[in-house]
Design a binder for this molecule. Structure first.
Ligand SMILES: C[S@@+](CC[C@H](N)C(=O)[O-])C[C@H]1O[C@@H](n2cnc3c(N)ncnc32)[C@H](O)[C@@H]1O
Length: 504
């Protein structure tokens, strides 16, 4: 497979043509219609291709050529690339032509991540080509890319690193809030795509080739993000290995290596955010395994397990992701799925966990590292990065203050929090009270009547000292007992944003 080339003058012309054609998410959705857009989300490009063929809008023709893998007559392709020309598109490695029709070699599509619009070039995926992807496939924007982008703390950062940049999407997003951005990848093809995408966006990134932290040895960053090749894959000769998801190590070794060494690249107070898979072996909990990595890292760690798949489901998921399905090729699929499950069984892996990792080098050495490992498998809202930032900031504040000083805080219940009371029919008192967060991690906290009473009185004016004193008086309980009972839970509610500090 080829790879795109980045000739700045030609890229400038390409950008002019994409802009003129309004080759953006909103306009394409208008042109193609909701049925086509919904089908595209299910990775069925046919309705969109048919809608685009029926349209004379230039954006539709560009989508046929550059996204849907649909051959376009040369004259039509020329017409929608008036500045770049078909020849220019060939020189950039985007299309080929046999004289009659032009075919896209590279997928160039408009995307929106949060409120950022970009064009992203990547290899066409198997839903476009109808074939399994190649071992050196370069991914476009996938579900995991979006998850990491949502999770990333978008606060001003001096130096930021995107490790395993692929088509460069995380690095391009980092450039919106970081002074300097370095993007690394072991794959030269990936970096060729990343360069093109940065040029198209007019963004400066320092691209470096190499494995894991090797290209940034001796340098430190305020923010490191990575959607690394974390997929646990069998190391048998018959199965294709894909650079985009398989770092070539056994089991979950690559993620362990990254977690335990990323501290070398973090400035004091620096944050690393990544996604990953870990093995859950017989006789060991996921928290034991991942906590060992965090301990070895020397960093503060916060890990959220979002999903757990059994070995059969894990193998199916990743075989399908590479375009290998039983419908396409039953014999190959069966052999591959068997090898995958045998590899996991050889290490007594009963399940594979997936989740988010947030690691931080404390600004000052404050004693033993603090780790938080939790399982949250329900839906989560957008902009999780804001929640991560709040949790870190408020956690630091409360660690500095200590429990006693919390009594001087006057928090307010966050606007997305509701209280649910569940009663047995006829009973006057609830048996279950839940504090439900509507946004972010969408946590549900079970509260006893004391905690519910205290939270209910948090109006941003009364201090926790006044509220707990009042509740103790009304219920005729020793105030010390009330405070001992509710303060640890109030701390968690503050960190997790169910209670907000008006004057932090
Ligand atoms: C899952 S893709 C992530 C792409 C992109 N950052 C995103 O979020 O969509 C993982 C990337 O890591 C790269 N990679 C694989 N092995 C690597 C290694 N040992 N060191 C650095 N990058 C590696 C792959 O080439 C691929 O581009």
């Amino acid at each position: 497979m080829g790879e795109p080339r980045t000739d700045p003058a030609l890229v400038e012309r390409l950008r002019a043509d994409l802009e003129t054609a309004r080759y953006d998410v909103e306009h394409l959705a208008d042109v193609l219609g909701p049925v086509a857009v919904a089908a595209l989300e299910r990775e069925n490009a046919l309705p969109a291709t048919l809608a685009a063929r029926a349209s004379d809008d230039p954006a539709a023709t560009l989508a046929r050529l550059l996204t849907f893998g649909d051959p376009v007559p040369v004259a039509e392709a020329e017409a929608v690339l008036p500045t770049l020309g078909l020849e220019g598109a060939q020189r950039l490695g985007l299309v080929t032509t046999d004289g009659a029709v032009a075919r896209g070699e590279v997928d160039v599509r408009p995307v929106e991540v949060g409120d950022r619009a970009l064009w992203l070039a990547s290899d066409p995926d198997s839903s476009t080509t109808g074939r399994p992807v190649a071992p050196d496939h370069v991914l476009g924007l996938g579900g995991a890319s979006r998850t990491l982008a949502e999770l990333t703390v978008r606060e001003p950062a001096g130096r930021a690193l995107d490790l395993g940049t692929g088509c460069g999407v995380q690095a391009l997003l980092l450039a919106d809030h970081a002074g300097t951005v370095v993007g690394t990848d072991v794959s030269a093809r990936a970096l060729a795509y990343a360069r093109l995408n940065a040029a198209l966006a007019g963004i400066d990134v320092d691209w470096r080739a190499g494995s894991l932290l090797e290209p940034v040895m001796g340098e430190v960053f305020d923010l490191v993000v990575s959607n690394p090749p974390f997929v646990i894959s069998p190391r048998t000769g018959e199965l294709a290995t894909y650079t985009y998801r398989d770092g070539g190590r056994g089991g979950d070794d690559l993620l362990r290596e990254l977690v335990t060494t990323v501290g070398d690249a973090l400035a004091p107070g620096g944050l690393a955010q990544m996604l990953g898979n870990w093995e859950i072996r017989r006789g060991e909990t996921w928290t034991e395994r991942v906590r060992d990595w965090l301990d070895e890292s020397g960093l503060d760690g916060w890990v959220v397990q979002r999903e757990v798949l059994d070995p059969a489901h894990y193998a199916e998921t990743w075989l399908r992701d590479g375009g290998l399905t039983p419908e396409r090729d039953r014999a190959t699929w069966e052999a591959a799925a068997e090898a995958w499950m045998a590899d996991l069984a050889a290490r007594d892996v009963e399940a594979v966990g997936f989740g988010y990792l947030v690691l931080r080098r404390p600004a000052a050495d404050v004693g033993p590292r603090r780790h938080r490992l939790e399982e949250l498998t329900g839906p989560v809202g957008p902009a999780l990065g804001e929640r991560v930032a709040t949790a870190l900031r408020v956690g630091d504040l409360l660690a500095r203050l200590g429990e006693e000083a919390m009594l001087d805080l006057a928090p307010v219940v966050a606007p997305d929090v509701t209280e649910e009371r569940h009663l047995r029919p006829g009973d006057p008192d609830p048996t279950v009270i839940l504090l439900r967060q509507g946004a972010g991690f969408q946590r549900v906290v079970r509260a006893d009547t004391l905690l519910a009473a205290v939270v209910g009185a948090c109006d941003g004016e009364l201090t926790l000292g006044q509220i707990t004193g009042g509740v103790a008086a009304v219920l005729d309980l020793p105030v010390g007992d009330v405070r001992a009972s509710v303060l640890p839970a109030l701390r968690d509610l503050l960190v997790d944003g169910q209670l907000a500090l008006t004057t932090p």
